[in-house]
Design a protein around this ligand. Structure first.
Ligand SMILES: Nc1ncnc2c1ncn2[C@@H]1O[C@H](COP(=O)(O)OP(=O)(O)O)[C@@H](O)[C@H]1O
Ligand SMILES: Nc1ccn([C@H]2C[C@H](O)[C@@H](COP(=O)(O)OP(=O)(O)O)O2)c(=O)n1
Length: 421
């Protein structure tokens, strides 16, 4: 294998590769020698005429461009590959090593489709930050080998030496948890600001967002009045409750993301997680600035805040069941040290059927993410569990299924107990 190709993904032979088929990950590793290990499951069911490929996007120096390219790659592959070719999410990582995850796609075609697939991959490897491998049966006809493609000045070639692919155990930490910090969740104003600033060249709206940011994020004096955040999935009753709290307590109500970001929200919702989540993270600092001002005059009620930012980001980054989330107590759930900490965070929870009923009654269009919440029960469970695991302050769960007035009374009791109002 060429040195240059190897250096793109360091420690090739210590890496684990994961292919996601029908939502379940299958792991394999590569070895120079074969010692009678199992053929990985991904290849066990592959027919003789089939040929498989992987396209991994390695991180070029510009991580904004890499993130954008990864998002566009799927569209390109789906558009340009023969329809019979099957595309599955894939990743490669060093087990339990932070920031070692690279993502890509696993392609399965057959001898009829190999020419157009290989043409497309040859083109990709010459122009984009991708690492391409092909997989084929070894000479003994039983094992499978992985060949990394190498791009020379004039041509793309299959590097002569193949590596055997062998089954591998699931790692202790789910691979998608390895790159969450500062890619999906930002733990300081500066980290999120840095991403938005670098977006300025390719996303003109990023400049407008930067202009709205507070100039200083140092903690102001603590507000004189309590600050209460209401959290929960869509249609759990946050708007209803926050309006009532505002009237009952004579409080100021602040939505999050703040209204000044509304014109840009749809734009950033289309962007890959790195950029989209930086946008929401910065929104919290604008809200914190507003809290600092309003909290000197009245109690403040905030509709969503940091818990939403982190919980949705973590639940989207990690796939599969709740056990794939970073474990309880992980640093992933820590509150950013430079972000205002509210006096109380209330999490409204609701039975899924009742939530759906309320969504239907409200009759509004749903965001793609809310559609996802509806269809993908696992995603909803991951969001709720991530909410519960975030600390500093942790949220207090309130059952939102009783009448709106009962929920209000319950939350008022909590506020009076905690905030001496
Ligand atoms: N406690 C409640 N019992 C029954 N319906 C409720 C209750 N709270 C809110 N609703 C209704 O459920 C729907 C969603 O509530 P809303 O406050 O808009 O939720 P969110 O802001 O969390 O999306 C609305 O139609 C609202 O009138
Ligand atoms: N402070 C916030 C508020 C919302 N978000 C994100 C998290 C989710 O992706 C969406 C959910 O917001 P959405 O407007 O769909 O939900 P509601 O209508 O307020 O119930 O916004 C955030 O990241 N940080």
């Amino acid at each position: 294998m060429s040195k240059q190709a190897m250096s793109l993904l360091p420690r090739w032979c210590s890496r684990i590769f994961s292919v996601e088929l029908n939502g379940a990950p299958f792991y394999f590793a590569v070895k120079e020698k074969h010692l009678g290990e199992d053929v990985p499951r991904v290849f066990r069911e592959v027919q003789n005429r089939d040929k498989c490929y992987s396209v991994l996007v390695y991180c070029s120096r510009d991580r904004i461009k890499t993130a954008k390219f990864y998002g566009e790659l799927k569209d390109k592959l789906l558009r340009d590959l023969p329809p019979e070719c099957r595309l599955s999410p894939m990743s490669s990582f060093l087990p339990n090593v932070r920031d070692s995850l690279v993502k890509g796609y696993f392609l399965k075609g057959n001898s009829d489709t190999s020419s157009p697939i290989e043409r497309l991959l040859s083109d990709l490897i010459q122009h984009d930050p991708v690492l391409v491998c092909s997989y084929s049966p070894a000479e003994d006809g039983q094992q499978w080998t992985q060949h990394m493609w190498s791009e020379t000045a004039s041509q793309v070639m299959d590097v002569a030496k193949g590596y055997y692919v062998v089954s591998s155990e699931a790692p202790e930490y789910h691979p998608s948890t390895l790159n969450i910090i500062n890619s999906d969740v930002f733990y300081s104003f500066d980290e999120a600001y840095d991403v938005m600033k670098k977006c300025g060249d390719i996303i003109p709206e990023a400049k407008a967002v930067l202009e709205l940011l507070p100039s200083r994020v140092e903690a102001r004096n603590k507000p004189d009045f309590p600050v209460i955040v209401i959290e929960g999935l869509d249609a759990t009753g946050k708007t209803t409750l926050t309006e009532s709290l505002k009237d009952t307590l004579g409080a100021t109500l602040l939505p999050s993301p703040p209204e000044c970001l509304s014109p840009w929200r749809a734009r950033f919702d289309q962007e890959p997680p790195l950029i989209r989540r930086a946008f929401y993270a910065l929104g919290n600092y604008i809200t914190a600035d507003q809290i600092g001002r309003e909290g000197m005059k009245t109690p403040v009620i905030v509709d969503r805040f940091w818990h939403s930012t982190a919980a949705y980001a973590i639940a989207t980054a990690v796939s599969g069941p709740v056990c794939n989330l970073p474990g309880e107590g992980s640093e992933v759930y820590c509150w950013p040290s430079d972000l205002f900490q509210p006096s109380l965070v209330v999490l409204l929870t609701l039975d899924p059927e009742e939530r759906k009923r309320r969504l239907r009654n409200r009759g509004q269009g749903k965001t793609d993410e809310e559609e996802e919440l509806d269809h993908n029960q696992l995603f909803r469970l991951r969001v709720e569990e991530a909410y519960r695991r975030i600390s500093g302050p942790a949220c207090v769960t309130v059952d939102a299924s009783p009448s709106a007035d009962r929920v209000l009374q319950q939350v008022l009791l909590l506020i009076r107990g905690k905030c001496h109002l």
